[in-house]
Design a binder for this molecule. Structure first.
Ligand SMILES: Cc1cc2nc3c(=O)[nH]c(=O)nc-3n(C[C@H](O)[C@H](O)[C@H](O)COP(=O)(O)O)c2cc1C
Length: 210
């Protein structure tokens, strides 16, 4: 029995390349083990609010029963997002590149789940991630090409994602890139096909290892 958490985060809805490829990967991984649960968290369809002072006070409040209902709900929703991460063995994250980095939808999710004392803690030796033993796959989609060439230096998406995941203890991370989709429909089609071929290879290798 294993649990897969699929996070999608594009503002482009049905047109999202990252969501399509990530969903394919999650479904293929789920299909290899009977009884696997697949939980979808669609941050594009259901965006999370930005973190503000009231929210931070609410999650830290020792007695939540004293909070206004909306704040209590916001704190409980963030707790539920953290629970989803701990419950998952495998996390598949679809990330569209927006202005060289993460979509605000995905950033808001990380803002909700990176919480001291829950997903990481500070020790005399520095910060320690508390989310152990997880496998993560990142499916990143970009208009340009960042894996190599002149734009590599301004890829603030993949390094940021690796840093955020690593900070909470998730270091086993594989990346599937869908790149150059803004270079025209033919290029986009080719990039999508290449990414789906990678999904095929990952799912096939995972099935052999299972
Ligand atoms: C508001 C906006 C900003 C974008 N910024 C960038 C960017 O900085 N660099 C880039 O290569 N592509 C950029 N793109 C193109 C997207 O990365 C591309 O459309 C990608 O496919 C989005 O992922 P998705 O298909 O999962 O929605 C941007 C697209 C939008 C809508």
């Amino acid at each position: 029995m294993s649990n897969i958490l699929l996070i999608t985060s594009s503002p482009r809805g049905e047109a999202s390349h990252s969501a399509r490829v990530a969903a394919e990967l999650a479904q293929r991984l789920a299909a290899r083990t009977p009884g696997t649960t697949l939980k979808l968290r669609d941050l594009g369809a259901e965006p999370l609010p930005h973190v503000d002072g009231a929210f931070l006070a609410a999650v830290a409040a020792p007695d939540r029963s004293a909070l206004a209902p909306a704040l209590r709900e916001a704190a409980e929703r963030a707790d539920a997002l953290i629970d989803e991460v701990f419950a998952a063995d495998t996390i598949v994250i679809a990330s569209p590149m927006i202005n060289f980095g993460l979509s605000t939808n995905l950033k808001a999710w990380f803002d909700a789940i990176l919480r001291a004392g829950k997903t990481f803690r500070y020790t005399p030796a520095g910060a320690e991630g508390l989310v152990k033993g997880k496998k993560a796959y990142l499916v990143v989609a970009r208009g340009g090409i960042y894996a190599e060439g002149p734009l590599k230096a301004v890829d603030y998406q993949e390094p940021h994602l690796r840093t955020l995941l690593g900070f909470i203890g998730i270091k086993d991370v594989d990346v599937i890139r869908i790149e150059g989709v803004a270079y025209g429909p033919e290029h986009a089609e080719k990039a999508l096909k290449a990414a789906l071929a990678e999904v095929e290879a990952i799912a096939g290798a995972a099935a052999l290892a299972a």
